[in-house]
Design a protein around this ligand. Structure first.
Ligand SMILES: C[C@@]1(CC(=O)O)c2cc3[nH]c(cc4nc(cc5[nH]c(cc(n2)[C@H]1CCC(=O)O)[C@@](C)(CC(=O)O)[C@@H]5CCC(=O)O)C(CC(=O)O)=C4CCC(=O)O)c(CCC(=O)O)c3CC(=O)O
Ligand SMILES: NC(=O)C1=CN([C@@H]2O[C@H](COP(=O)(O)OP(=O)(O)OC[C@H]3O[C@@H](n4cnc5c(N)ncnc54)[C@H](O)[C@@H]3O)[C@@H](O)[C@H]2O)C=CC1
Length: 152
């Protein structure tokens, strides 16, 4: 069972390879938590383009490269090709960088949790990598519960 660490992301460089459905979901959350996000992907979603135009993240429209990893605090591999995500995993493992690999839980040194947030309260939900739907559902239940909560 994995330990829920609450790490400081403010100003930390987080590299995300891939900005489709899953990459976008993660970029949005990482930017919201103050990370300095660099997106590297040949194609990006409209939402990511908007975040970029608003100066909230940086983007480079090209395939990910080994050099992108080096100064990173965290890396997310969310490309739609197994060989690319695996390559990112290898680069990060060599460099000792924590990496989240969206298509292979065995390659994740950290998982992305389902998140509920209200005021200073933050919950990160993990179902041990075994049940994504359960993690999603539990996060949704907490969000609903906290809607009623006052004074946080
Ligand atoms: C292990 C983990 C690693 C990581 O990615 O961090 C992982 C891995 C994988 N997910 C896959 C599929 C899906 N995951 C979701 C949803 C969520 N997945 C999330 C986290 C995690 N997913 C990590 C820990 C999970 C845990 O604790 O159990 C959440 C909580 C957070 C987030 O993603 O933001 C988020 C809900 C948040 C919310 O909505 O609140 C959906 C549904 C949807 O997208 O609507 C689907 C499609 C349907 C299905 O399969 O259920 C696949 C197969 C990919 C493929 O083969 O194509 C893998 C790969 C593998 O298992 O090896
Ligand atoms: N962990 C999770 O919660 C889930 C994970 N997945 C997995 O996530 C991965 C991404 O899925 P989607 O976002 O739906 O794909 P998508 O097709 O929407 O987006 C793919 C992104 O990868 C980029 N990309 C392609 N080649 C690249 C390269 N060489 N370098 C950098 N970026 C590159 C594309 O430009 C695009 O931005 C898939 O492997 C899928 O199996 C899917 C559902 C849920």
């Amino acid at each position: 069972m994995r330990f829920p660490m609450f790490v400081e992301l403010e100003g930390k460089r987080v590299v995300v390879a891939g900005a489709g459905t899953i990459g976008t979901r993660r970029i949005r959350v990482l930017a919201e938590f103050g990370a300095s996000v660099l997106v590297v992907a040949p194609e990006i979603s409209d939402e990511v383009r908007s975040l970029w135009q608003a100066g909230k993240i940086q983007c480079e429209l090209r395939p990910v490269e080994k050099q992108d990893m080096e100064p990173a605090y965290l890396v997310v591999a969310a490309a739609d090709k197994r060989e690319i995500n695996h390559q990112v995993y290898e680069w990060c493992s060599e460099a000792g960088i924590l990496v989240n690999v969206a298509d292979k839980k065995e390659e994740c040194s950290f998982y992305f949790p389902g998140i509920a947030k209200k005021g200073s309260l933050v919950a990160g939900i993990c179902a041990g990598g075994e049940n994504h739907r359960l993690a999603r559902q539990a996060a949704e239940e907490i969000r609903e519960l906290w809607k009623e909560k006052a004074g946080v």
